[in-house]
Design a protein around this ligand. Structure first.
Ligand code: AMP
Ligand code: ZN
Length: 486
């Protein structure tokens, strides 16, 4: 499988540390509010990676943290803890809102068919691990105490800006617009590992530490939670593109300083979902959540389909018009699948199936090209294979894509069958007039309806013309056909 590695800026053959096994870490949500559909784009694309690796035969262990402490309003370690901000907004405790929004996050994930990671670990569960790693960084001289806080010393590294799409000038924390400079830092890029002297006296969650009562920085949690569950060598680390700097940059700095060797081999970053007016945000404009889409009548699985139509390394623009287009395309696709009727005794053609599966795997092997994987669905429908083989291929693809293809096609077919049955019953139960002349007209109208249904429009027109000759005019209405004397 070829994956683009943000660390090397190249497409690379994916080779895990241990043959057949993959360790995968995903930055989880900061649970101070609902996830917006931009956040969820990232989780959908990570889910495709997770599911495809399993599909390809790897044994995957996937870990996700829940950020319930330490993520300040600015990634540059300034501002208020986002959790505290959320708690104040809702007049609840931090733990109450953490629990509530964690549940909401996983409920959204379920609606979008995002698989639950094997391990989900809230940061507040791991304070001892954070302290242990920070102590070791201090011992090794990679960290220092200043003004009561513990900082990571980035000047000790030969290379800090590892995702070097950025210039240090542009990105050094402290020189970015709107970020206050912290006078305790020896270098602008240094970051906080542990806060004790915070200017926020009301920080709700605090723990004892060798440096005084305080709380951890955001970055240390992902390094520690990953190492706790996945060991010293990680195969893949994922997140949205905004996490590359400073979050992932800092994770690498502290993990490798602690371990003394390379930590993670592949970095996957998902580009953002934007709106027409720019970056998606929880505070400005309409707060786009899965529940909002549902309340407007959209099926969450259509949002998943919308995301899969584009590549994860391209930013994607959300608009209702785009989502409407995805809905139309999805419904058409489902109708086409529903038209595949398996005949009695029809067998799956193993050779044809292998060929179709080959196309699908080729698409995802190509740096997770989900839009080509969606094209592979259409290729199945166009193929000369029989319906049993096509359904087998779609069932197979859907273990990764999770678009409810067969379930929704079967539901669609059942609804169509019921409509036809109802119409037939209405005809069967039709009470005709006792007057033979009127009864003849009613029977002609039914015969015309049957001809139309069978797409025999010539016959339908013939019946209408014949009635007209006898002075009977037909009018088609939503409730059926009515007649009157001309
Ligand atoms: P947060 O809950 O803010 O910690 O973010 C959760 C995940 O969503 C992270 O991986 C972010 O990088 C990602 N993310 C944030 N904004 C967007 C966006 N507009 N589009 C896609 N992913 C995003
Ligand atoms: Zn993280």
């Amino acid at each position: 499988m070829i994956l683009y590695n943000s660390l090397s800026h190249k497409r690379e053959e994916f080779i895990p540390n241990e043959p057949g096994k993959v360790s995968m870490y995903t930055c989880g949500p900061t649970v101070y509010h609902y996830a917006h559909i931009g956040n969820l784009r990232t989780y959908i694309m990570e889910d495709i990676l997770d599911r495809y690796l399993r599909y390809a035969g790897y044994e995957v262990k996937r870990v996700m943290n829940i950020t319930d402490v330490g993520h300040l309003s600015s990634d540059g370690d300034t501002g208020e803890d986002k959790m505290l901000k959320g708690a104040k907004r809702e007049k609840k405790t931090v733990m109450e809102i953490a629990r509530y929004y964690t549940d909401c996050f996983f409920a959204d994930c379920e609606k979008l068919h995002i698989r639950r990671p094997d391990v989900i670990e809230p940061a507040t569960n791991c304070i001892d691990e954070f302290i242990r790693v920070i102590e070791s960084l201090l011992e090794k001289g990679y960290a220092y105490e200043a003004g009561g806080n513990i900082y990571f010393d980035t000047s000790r590294l030969s290379e800090y800006y590892v995702f070097n799409d950025f210039t240090s000038e542009d990105l050094a924390v402290g020189v970015r617009e709107g970020v206050e400079e912290d006078g305790n830092k020896r270098n602008k890029a240094d970051f906080v590992l542990w806060f004790t002297k915070s200017k926020f006296e009301d920080q709700e969650l605090k723990w004892d530490s060798p440096w005084g009562v305080g709380y951890p920085g955001w970055h240390i949690e992902c390094s520690c939670i990953s190492m706790k569950h996945l060991g010293e060598r990680l195969d893949i680390h994922c997140g949205g593109i905004d996490n590359a700097f400073p979050h992932h940059t800092n994770e690498i700095a502290q993990s490798e300083a602690f371990l003394g060797h390379k930590w993670c081999n592949y970095w996957m970053h998902v580009l953002h979902l934007n709106t027409d007016s720019g970056k998606m945000s929880k505070s400005k404009g309409e707060f786009l959540t899965v529940s909002l889409l549902e309340s407007k009548g959209y099926d969450p699985v259509v949002y998943r389909f919308f995301c899969l139509q584009s590549h994860y390394r391209r930013s994607l623009v959300f608009s209702y018009e785009n989502l409407d287009n995805a809905t139309v395309a999805y419904n058409k696709l489902i109708a086409r699948i529903a038209a595949q009727k398996v005949r009695d005794g029809e067998q799956v053609d193993a050779t044809a199936l292998a060929e179709l599966k080959g196309k699908f795997a080729k698409a995802l092997d190509n740096d997770l090209n989900t839009s080509l994987a969606v094209t592979a669905i259409y290729d199945v429908l166009k193929s000369p294979a029989n319906a049993a083989t096509k359904r087998a291929a779609l069932a197979d693809f859907d273990t990764v894509l999770c678009l409810d293809l067969l379930q929704n096609a079967d539901a669609f077919a059942a609804a169509e069958a019921k409509k036809a049955e109802d119409a037939a019953r209405a005809v069967a139960e039709r009470v005709y007039s006792d007057d033979p002349a009127i009864r003849a007209i009613e029977e002609a109208i039914d015969a015309r309806a049957a001809a139309k249904k069978a797409k025999n429009y010539a016959e339908a027109d013939r019946i209408r013309a014949e009635l007209l000759e006898r002075g009977i005019v037909l009018t088609d209405t939503a409730q059926g056909t009515t007649w009157a004397k001309a």
